[in-house]
Structures are given as structure tokens and as C-alpha cells.
Design a protein around this ligand. Structure first.
Ligand code: PLP
Ligand code: CA
Length: 309
């Protein structure tokens, strides 16, 4: 599907593209807000879209918040009211995946946040973390004597600020039981940029560590996996031809949108730049072509003029 042009979305084109859409999927960080601050004009733009009758959904790779926590953040930052069912975080979607993939009563060993545990609970998936630090002996080789829970049939890796060698050991031991124990990762983002050019390691680093130890590839729930879009499409009547994916990252948001047949819109308020897009456009590698969005804006506030009557 060569020929995505990455044109600036403005004027009559913007009016026509928005008029043709009934659903917009928004990535969160870098599109709606940065950290705890709404991006200027973003709440107003979403307010207008909601008033125009568009369905707004939120699709984020961040596994460290629940659906409910996202609705609260949206409200706090002045966005139009959202219900939990409009929020597709990788924690919720991972719990949904395990509910479908695991036999009844099977449990998950989880490297992740309290939010990930909460979504598993809401989905009825028994789960355990590393438990209290009761390691059977001082040396890592002793840890291979720690008890294993027989019900565990999956290892789930999300954002875990307390990731450790001991947890990696335990994850490997469950996975060594064989292919009956699933390996699932919430997302592969390997770096989370901070203000001022700094960054922290993302969940992708933790997923890679477990994959390396287990010599297996994880099933990934978050963008660019189409599983996260399938979650949206299973809860709402989605016509891909009338759906716009709005994101700030080419390798997650835009790739997922293009893969799923959506119209893709890059906003330049986050990670990816127009130079990266131009680099992909100039290459004749098909994999790089699928990273090129249909349109771009400097910020989603630029959609406001096209939403005035
Ligand atoms: N994962 C974590 C832990 C994050 O904190 C973030 C952004 O803050 C992300 C992933 C990326 O989220 P999004 O898909 O909303 O850009
Ligand atoms: Ca983002």
C-alpha cells in the first residue's frame, strides 16, 4: 500500500477527513498530555470532537494505570467525560487476553504494577507476584528451590519499577515448565522520554530480559500489535475506513493504525519527527513504508478550525 503521503491535515482536507470519521482512537502520552500537563488546546479539540458526535477512544501502551484511573486523569485535565469502556490500556487488554487464552482457574505470574494486578482481578484471573522477599538462601542458585505455584500457566510482563533478578529467576522457572506456560508482554516501548531530552527504560527492556532468559518470544498486547485494536473493535462497532488513529510514535501508533486499515494522523508533540517520516518515505523498504502516516499536525489543537461550523 505504497503512497501514504504524510500531508499536513488542514483546511478543506481536514474538514473532509474529520467529517468522514465516526471514531477517533487517541494515543495518550505525547498526544493529549505530557506527564501531568494537558497539551495546549488538546482538551478543547476533544471537546469539539465529542460535541460533533464522534466516538472517542483512548489506546495507550502504558500498563501502569487502570481504565478507571485514565477516566479520572482525563477529567482532571479538562477532557470531555470518558467512560472506562472507552479506555484501552495495555494492562486492561493483557488481562482480557489472558481471560481468553488461559483455561479456567489458571493463574499468572506477574511482573508489573498494582494497576496491572487490579485489571487482572477485575478480569477474574488469579495472579501472583514475587511475594514477600522470602528467598530460600543467599545465592541465586538457591532461589531455584523457591516454591512454584502449580496453577501458574502464564508469565505476564508489564511496567515494573521493582523488576529484579529474583523475579527474572522465578519467571524463567515457570516458563521452563514448557509451552503450556504462556509468555505475554504488555508492550515493547524500550524508552520513555522525559522533558529535557532525558529518558527512562521502558517495559520493552523487561520483556526482552525475560525473552532472553526463556529463549522464547512473548505475545505482545500493546501497539503495534493488532490485538489492542481488536479489543476496541470487539467492544464497539468499528468501521476501519471511518476510524482515525492519532499518535506521536511511528513504530507503535502509526504502524498499528496502518496495519489495521485505519486513517493515520501523526502529531508532532511527542516522540517522532517529520525527518524520520521523510527517511521512511525515501526508502523503498515496504516495512518502512508502513511507518508513514496519512497525515500530520503540529498539535491536535490544529484540528480546532476544521471543527468550527
Ligand atoms: N509505558 C509506560 C510505563 C509509560 O509511562 C508510557 C508513557 O507515559 C508509555 C508506556 C507510553 O504510553 P502511550 O502509548 O500512551 O504513549
Ligand atoms: Ca505516545
Amino acid at each position: 500500500t505504497g503512497g501514504r503521503r504524510c500531508r499536513r491535515l488542514e483546511g478543506e482536507t481536514a474538514r473532509a477527513v474529520l467529517a468522514n470519521a465516526d471514531t477517533l482512537l487517541f494515543d495518550c502520552d505525547g498526544v493529549l498530555w505530557r506527564g501531568e500537563a494537558a497539551l495546549s488546546g488538546a482538551p478543547a479539540a476533544l471537546g469539539r470532537l465529542a460535541a460533533a458526535g464522534k466516538r472517542l477512544c483512548y489506546v495507550t501502551n502504558n500498563s501502569s494505570r487502570t481504565r478507571v484511573a485514565y477516566t479520572e486523569k482525563l477529567r482532571r485535565l479538562g477532557f470531555p467525560p470518558a467512560e472506562p469502556r472507552h479506555v484501552f490500556g495495555s494492562a486492561f487488554c493483557a488481562a482480557r487476553y489472558l481471560r481468553q487464552a488461559l483455561p479456567p482457574g489458571a493463574a499468572a505470574y506477574v511482573l508489573g504494577s498494582p494497576a496491572l494486578a487490579a485489571e487482572l482481578e477485575a478480569a477474574g484471573i488469579p495472579h501472583l507476584g514475587p511475594g514477600p522477599a522470602a528467598l530460600p538462601g543467599p545465592a541465586p542458585a538457591d532461589w531455584a528451590q523457591a516454591p512454584l505455584e502449580p496453577a501458574v500457566r502464564a508469565v505476564l510482563v508489564g511496567f515494573d519499577e521493582h523488576f529484579s533478578y529474583a523475579k527474572l529467576c522465578q519467571a524463567l522457572r515457570y516458563l521452563l515448565r514448557g509451552p503450556d506456560c504462556l509468555l505475554v508482554g504488555t508492550n515493547r516501548d524500550h524508552r520513555l522520554p522525559l522533558e529535557g531530552g532525558s529518558a527512562i527504560p521502558g517495559t520493552g527492556c523487561l520483556v526482552k530480559a525475560v525473552e532472553t532468559a526463556a529463549e522464547r518470544e512473548a505475545f505482545i498486547v500493546g501497539k503495534p500489535s493488532r490485538y489492542i485494536f481488536d479489543c476496541v473493535a470487539s467492544e464497539f462497532d468499528i468501521d476501519p475506513a471511518r476510524t482515525i488513529m492519532v499518535g506521536d510514535r511511528l513504530d507503535t501508533d502509526i504502524l498499528m493504525g496502518n496495519t489495521c486499515g485505519l486513517t493515520t494522523l501523526l502529531t508532532l508533540t511527542g516522540v517522532s519527527t517529520l525527518e524520520e517520516v521523510r527517511g521512511h518515505q525515501e526508502s523503498d523498504c515496504p516495512a518502512r513504508q508502513s511507518l508513514v502516516p496519512d497525515y500530520y499536525v503540529d498539535s491536535i489543537a490544529d484540528l480546532l478550525p476544521a471543527l468550527e461550523d
